[in-house]
Design a protein around this ligand. Structure first.
Ligand code: HEC
Length: 185
């Protein structure tokens, strides 16, 4: 049963990454030249991977609030443009892959961990010392979407949208206090 779920999730990987490319390029394509600005000034935009690499572990923090309706709406559009819905469903409730809206956080629910998980994908994330704390009913690799999402700002808005759709226990919104030691139930 588990194996079947993994296979379905992996199929999602191929198809959603393929169709994620054109809309992403069309949606957020100002001039590549301006995106390549070298300035590492704190306000400058970076790719999600550059931002994660440049920030010490534990210190990435979403500058947006999930109560900001305009940001959440923009985040939802980006979430769709980049093809997250192909695996996680249109509102993050899960589809072929794990839900983003419940209180099970596979590697942790804090901003830093979620940003790095999406930027690096689950395999690189684990190679950097983050470990699996919990398991959803569907298990599979999270692809390195930081190669598709164009800027750190886009990713923060997507994560604000994910937070706004959270439906789990309130105390677990940013990671479950009791989850750290209990891997199973
Ligand atoms: C190919 C399918 C696929 C795509 C596309 C995908 N994900 Fe995932 N995602 C996964 C899988 C599988 C996991 C679980 C990883 C694990 O168990 O190690 C996951 C986990 C996550 C988690 C953690 C969920 C939890 O419960 O802890 C977040 C947040 C997330 N993805 C966000 C995104 C965002 C944002 C995008 C789009 C930019 C995206 N994903 C695109 C497959 C995908």
């Amino acid at each position: 049963m588990l194996r079947k779920a993994m296979a379905a999730c992996a199929v999602g990987l191929v198809s959603s990454l393929t169709y994620a490319q054109p809309p992403a390029a069309g949606a957020a394509a100002p001039a590549p030249a301006s995106a390549a600005a070298p300035a590492a000034a704190s306000g400058a935009k970076m790719t999600p991977v550059q931002r994660a690499d440049a920030t010490p572990q534990g210190q990435l923090k979403n500058p947006y609030q999930d109560t900001d309706a305009a940001v959440v709406a923009a985040g939802q559009q980006l979430y769709l443009n980049y093809g997250c819905n192909g695996c996680h469903g249109g509102t993050g409730g899960g589809g072929m892959c794990p839900p983003l809206t419940n209180d099970i956080w596979v590697y942790g629910g804090d901003d830093d961990t979620l940003f790095r998980l999406v930027a690096y994908g689950s395999q690189i994330l684990q190679s950097k010392g983050y470990s699996r704390k919990a398991q959803e009913n569907v298990v599979g690799p999270m692809p390195q979407m930081g190669l598709v999402v164009q800027t750190d700002d886009d990713l923060w808005r997507i994560l604000a949208f994910v937070r706004a759709n959270y439906h789990g226990a309130p105390e677990c919104k940013f990671g479950c206090p009791k989850q750290d030691s209990s891997g199973e139930h």
